[in-house]
Design a protein around this ligand. Structure first.
Ligand code: NAP
Length: 501
């Protein structure tokens, strides 16, 4: 079983002990970073430990804080071994000087590269292995997902014959930290909490154990994820992992910060990727990477969902079908009758508007499109035989359903509203694509005017649920996904905008 190790970077002996004792039992071991400590009573620290420890004393040249002379720095590691520490971590370039350790302490011999992931990972692995450590450790800064794939590939090939830690540092590196368990690494590192990382890209242990269910990840775990750039603030991992956990499915969903989606699919399919959500800016490019795409995705010109099965790539666009479902549900709640009888005004002409417009095309009685940049709105309207308008005409249109597909009202511009109050009236449906915040200024004003509202969370949950069902073949636990999203978006269930349920 791959261990979860929390790296502690506390300043004093008491705070270090307190931090260690505050960790749950699911944290298998801790790394005591002596170099981060202003003062250290090593004997008291080690006799007070409540689980196995790795003692490290990283020099500045290895990305640590120790500026002590080498003899003194390594002397502390030797002393830790005399006191019975389970592991000490020594850098490859200091292993000769450290020499043999007393007692049963095992040696982790490590290589760190904070600038890049070198091309000769196998050579580095062999050089470390040649000094016969108990554990080989290689950590390197990832500059892109190709670096991450190479580190995972090293783990996949080598972890079987030698206890191995191989991690990518930086934002891109999270998959190496979670998938350490899939590929049989000796351990993975986590931080005690956000802001207390000992290396860039460490996730807090609470996230590793909670959202990513680290101790359930094993060789059979299926891999899903969202590919985009940026993806750090994507809500998809929270929603999908909550759904996978609720149905006890052995799979994990990760954020992948991808610059080259073609290379990413080539490299991650062999690593177990079976499905991906695609977000900005790769939705259009993804279409060209599919062996097969459904008709709607081809017509919209964008894929937001990829299924990888038996070497074939299938793409579809759940944004489109989910938008229709969200509008339909809101219209039903408002008692407006079938879509075919409705007059719908779509505000916006970007990616979200495109998906909604293609979904509604041919299904609603009348579709109008208003956009700030009028020519862009006119182009989309022309593709779909819709009626184009400028934003200044919106107050006069009196549609049954008004949909905001602009980014107006999105955090941090939370007080902005894309349409004037005159466009909002009792009896209509107002649907906002924006989901952060859930209760946008538009929805607040629409509710005050007596409209039935649908938040962007409805749409988000519907598109994510459709992806989940395509990948797993099981009904998606929509309420679990919704609750998780509302929780992440900082909302309590009771004051969340009414959803379709
Ligand atoms: P996009 O492609 O960049 O399009 C942005 C749209 O907003 C364009 O129509 C743009 O008009 C308009 N716009 C931007 N600033 C404006 C302003 N100050 N005044 C008036 N119009 C303005 O973005 P997108 O991908 O379509 O996303 C739009 C929104 O939908 C975002 O908030 C996104 O989070 C949300 N979304 C939600 C979901 C969901 O699942 N709930 C899914 C996808 C997107 P111009 O053409 O004049 O620039």
């Amino acid at each position: 079983m791959t261990r979860l190790c929390v790296a502690l970077v506390e300043k004093g002996t008491d705070t270090m002990l307190e931090a260690m004792r505050g960790l749950p039992r699911e944290v298998d071991m801790v790394e005591l970073r002596l170099d981060a400590m202003a003062s250290c009573e090593l004997e008291r620290l080690l006799s007070g430990r409540d689980r196995p420890v790795i003692v490290s004393n990283r020099p500045e040249r290895g990305g640590g804080f120790s500026d002590r002379p080498e003899r003194e720095r390594l002397g502390a590691l030797r002393r830790a071994a005399e006191l019975g520490a389970e592991y000490v971590d020594v850098e490859l370039d200091a292993v000769d000087e450290l020499g043999a350790l007393p007692g049963a302490t095992a040696k982790i011999v490590s290589y760190h590269n904070f600038a890049e992931t070198p091309y000769n990972l196998d050579t580095i692995f062999r050089r470390i292995k040649a000094v016969e450590p108990a554990v080989v450790k290689i950590t390197a800064k990832a500059r892109d997902m190709a670096d991450v794939a190479r580190v995972l590939d090293l783990l996949r090939r080598r972890a079987g014959d030698t206890p191995l830690i191989a991690l990518s540092m930086g934002e891109e590196g999270l998959p190496t930290r979670v998938l350490a368990a899939k590929f049989g690494a000796f351990l993975t590192f986590a931080s005690r909490e956000s802001g207390l990382e000992s290396a860039p890209g460490q996730a807090p242990y609470s996230e590793m154990l909670g959202m990513y269910r680290f101790h359930q990840v094993d060789a059979a775990t299926t891999l899903y994820g969202v590919i985009g750039n940026p993806v750090a603030h994507s809500m998809s991992p929270a929603a999908h992992n909550a759904a996978l956990a609720a149905l006890d499915i052995n799979a994990v969903y990760l954020p992948f910060k991808v610059t080259d989606p073609a290379l990413f699919l080539d490299q991650f399919e062999p690593l177990g990727l079976r499905g991906a959500s695609v977000t900005i800016p790769h939705k259009e490019a993804a279409l060209g990477l599919m062996d097969e795409a459904d008709e709607l995705a081809r017509r919209v010109g964008a894929v937001n969902t990829v299924k990888l099965s038996e070497g074939r790539r299938y793409g579809c666009n759940t944004d489109v079908s989910a938008a229709v479902r969200s509008v339909e549900a809101a219209a039903a709640r408002a008692g407006l009758g079938p879509l075919g009888a409705l007059d719908v005004l779509l505000v916006g002409a970007g990616g979200a508007a495109r998906a909604i417009a293609y979904g509604l095309h041919g299904r609603v009685g009348r579709l109008s499109i208003a956009n700030r940049t009028v020519e862009r709105g006119q182009r989309l309207a022309k593709e779909l035989d819709a009626d184009p308008y400028g934003l200044d005409e919106v107050a006069d249109l009196a549609p049954d359903v008004l949909i905001n597909a602009t980014s107006v009202g999105m955090w941090p511009g939370v007080n902005e509203c894309p349409v004037p109050d005159g466009a909002l009236r009792a009896g209509m449906v107002v649907f906002d694509s924006v989901y952060n915040p859930i209760r946008t200024e538009l929805l607040k004003r629409a509710e005050a005017a007596g409209a039935t509202v649908a938040s962007g969370v409805d749409w988000f949950v519907n598109q994510a649920a459709a992806q989940f069902e395509l990948w797993t073949g099981q009904g998606a636990p929509r309420e679990v996904m919704r609750r998780e999203l509302e929780h992440r978006l900082g909302k309590k269930d009771e004051d969340a905008v009414a959803g379709e349920g």
